[in-house]
Design a protein. Structure first.
Length: 246
């Protein structure tokens, strides 16, 4: 891969033991008895607090790579190590525990539970990640997380009563409340207008920096990708670093 020194969200590329280390990753599906090559010889290293944007056309393999990083799919071959864990060696139960303790995920479509308030949507995620805390501490932490994303006065509102930008802020609070080491974001501004999207991304980057979390983000927005520390382009399952010219 080519190195870059672009002006990303943190200015200089972070150092330290990588949060993500992919080596020679291939992902192939059997479709009608014929192999469909989704990812081809992917290698990638991401440091703590580093923000990496993945761009590329639809169907190029971007979301499949995120699923491998989350342990939701397994590579055909190659090494997937996240936060020191070789995901190939973990059972399904161990992978579920790994996700609860290590990952935060921000979706394009928010995926909030419609019948729950903003507070309860965030509290439920924290209760799953830290079941030993108890209801009172869980709800206090959820309220603080929503306050941090500017929704301290919207705790009792259900998703239908929130704007798209506010719903995504709830999604960010939910993803970050357990202080994950890695935040995966799949088109986090895809359902937002430009102004709301810019505010949501600034907030997401700010929280990630405060918590020293690495971010891997899929986006079709060139302006958003340009704010990352590095930009990678996925084309037909192959990942190449984009060389910045400024």
């Amino acid at each position: 891969m080519n190195d870059t020194t672009g002006s990303g969200s943190s200015g200089n590329r972070p150092t330290g033991a990588p949060i993500i280390s992919l080596e020679g990753v291939n992902y192939t599906l059997d479709v009608g008895g014929r192999p469909l090559h989704i990812l081809r010889n992917i290698s990638l290293s991401v440091a703590p607090a580093e923000v990496v944007a993945i761009v590329g056309p639809s169907g190029s393999g971007k979301t499949s790579m995120l699923m491998l990083l989350a342990g939701l799919e397994r590579p055909t071959d190659g090494s997937v190590v996240v936060a020191g864990q070789d995901l190939r060696t973990l059972s399904e139960d161990q992978l579920a525990d790994f996700r609860r303790k290590t990952l935060g995920i921000v979706f394009q479509s928010f995926h909030l539970i419609p019948s729950l308030t903003a507070l309860d949507n965030v509290a439920l995620a924290y209760e799953i990640a830290q079941p030993e805390l108890g209801l009172k501490k869980t709800r206090e932490a959820a309220a603080a997380a929503l306050e941090a994303v500017g929704l301290g006065k919207r705790l009792d509102h259900r998703p239908a009563a929130l704007s798209g930008g506010e719903q995504q802020r709830v999604g960010i609070a939910r993803a970050m409340i357990a202080r994950p080491q890695l935040l995966l974001a799949d088109e986090p501004t895809g359902n937002l207008d430009q102004t709301s999207g810019a505010k949501v991304i600034e907030l997401m980057f700010e929280l990630a920096r405060k918590q020293n979390a690495a971010v891997v983000m899929i986006t079709h927005d060139p302006a958003l990708a340009a704010r990352a520390d590095r930009v990678m382009t996925m084309t037909a399952g192959e990942l190449v670093e984009t060389v910045r010219t400024s």
